[in-house]
Design a protein around this ligand. Sequence first.
Ligand code: ADP
Ligand code: MG
Length: 606
Amino acid sequence: MARIAVGFHDDRAISIKDFTMATTNNNSCSCKCGSTQAAPVYPQQLTGMDIMVRALKMVGIDTMYGLVGIPVTELAYIAQQQGIRFVGFRHEQQAGMAAATHGYLTGKPGVLLTVSSLGFLNGLTATTNATVNCYPMIQISGSSVREPIDLDQGNYEALDQYNVAKGLVKAAYRVNKPEDIPTAVVRAYRAAISGRPGGVYLDVTETCLGAVVNSADVEKYFYTPVDLCPAMPPAAEAVARAADMLAAARKPAIIIGKGAAFARVEDQLKKLVDTTGMPYLPMSMGKGVLPDTGDLSALSCRSTIMGQADVVILAGARLNWLLSRGHGKWSPDTKFIQFDIEPTEIDCNRPIAAPVIGDLASSLDAFNAAMATRKMSMDPTWVPSLQAETKEKNTKFAARLSENASAQPMNHWTALGAIKPVMAANPDVILINEGANTLDDTRDTLDMALPRHRVDCATWAIMGMGIGSSIGAAVSTGKSVVAIEGDSAFGFSGMDFSTICRFNLPVTVVIFNNGGIYNGVGVNPSGSADPAPTTLDIHARYDKMGEAFGATTYYVTTPDDLSKSLTEAIASRKPCLIDVQLGADSGKESGHIGFLNPAALEKFTV
Ligand code: ADP
Ligand code: MG
């Protein structure tokens, strides 16, 4: 009987029936691989894979994203059999994006399962991205037998995965013996979730996965880990220093980052803002932690805050490139209070006057208590001036949307003007967003009302996170998801739209097709018929792709059709794809960050 087991170099397909039989029969290796590993006699014996699944369940893992093959196929079947949901993808990178989003939205590490070599490498991009973005996830990868790797003897899918991963992830572990699996899983879990969250790599050798042990011995490998994600309260002096500084501020503001969204501190932040009356400015994924349209929201006053605020609190936000690394428009006189769990973040770009190191929930509880005994000295004109600026900017923004409302072909603003009321009517839909202009203009147009309802390309600014992230969001929360994707961004992960369909997820993918990277008006300067480097397919019918996998699809050229189709798609809670036809000239180079290009591209466009 065909059976895929580790140590059995047989990659023939396995049916569930085969699997069930395989786990109840005593098979020996039928291929000529020379494996010394025998198949287990269930239930008296178990394999490393059985122990792995049990260890994952012990720490509360209920979902696994991945793509199987040698040597992890049977592991996925065992996981499924044991009640862990297995979401199989077409590309490991997307499975990894799903696991990372799962981790971000649930506060527990998402798990990615990959095969050796290429599968491992494909997934590693997502695990590295998770590390940069502080999303908790664990990539578990099978790896081939170690000895021939170490001697470079040309074994099947040989790669020293552990050492490749090590420099790119928060932590990496390799487990070689079945008795170490529970410890390895607990350590990977703790590393992913505690302190600053991140991506963890757990390498499991083929030998370890396939090792057969006596069931009676397995019990002693396990223990109950205590406090998998301990609170890390801040020092009282740090809290007092920060509270004194805020109380003395004339023009304070608080910047809310995705660390605050992840830490689920919306109640503590609401209390802080309500009691102090200070304005807040959300980072992209911090949108909705407090409502974007709240009275104290200074969403439209970023430059004013950078130029004029005297004390700025960073709550789970970093002074990285997204905040000009603390320079540029920032006033040199601004003093920072930084709440973060990671001590090495402090002073990384600008001196921080009052660091508060601890988990945000504990830190904000302590800070709110400290502020209750202090009086604010805020300039009474500060908030009204920001509110007046907000009003003025909102009027200008609304005018931009209405000026473009009937543009033909549609541009980004036409499409977003149509989408805005539909998303406002569905505030509990999770928004996934990537692209260049599609990212920037969507972020600027769509207000978020609820925390953890926006996931985007984030700190690393990577394209190709959208479809995987949509799947992770839908699977981990059960909520409806709308992904607003540039046509180029969608191209990285389009095939995994089929995963949305196979799992019948309530995800609507909206593709803004302007026929190119940035836009579709690039000109090949050589005069040949080849497309320009930025040119894609302005006439592509992405809706037909959706049709191939059984989704409900729409091709829209007018704002009316767009709002109707999106309303219908969200209400259906089924896989849907909306191909939005834009003009090729809609969108500018690199969206809002064209200044990061070494030179302007204008001369290469029509
Ligand atoms: P944004 O892009 O929104 O500014 P970043 O990802 O740059 O957000 O910053 C998030 C910050 O939040 C990181 O410095 C990270 O260490 C911090 N962080 C993550 N989780 C917690 C937590 N539970 N408590 C405190 N800080 C946290
Ligand atoms: Mg495009």
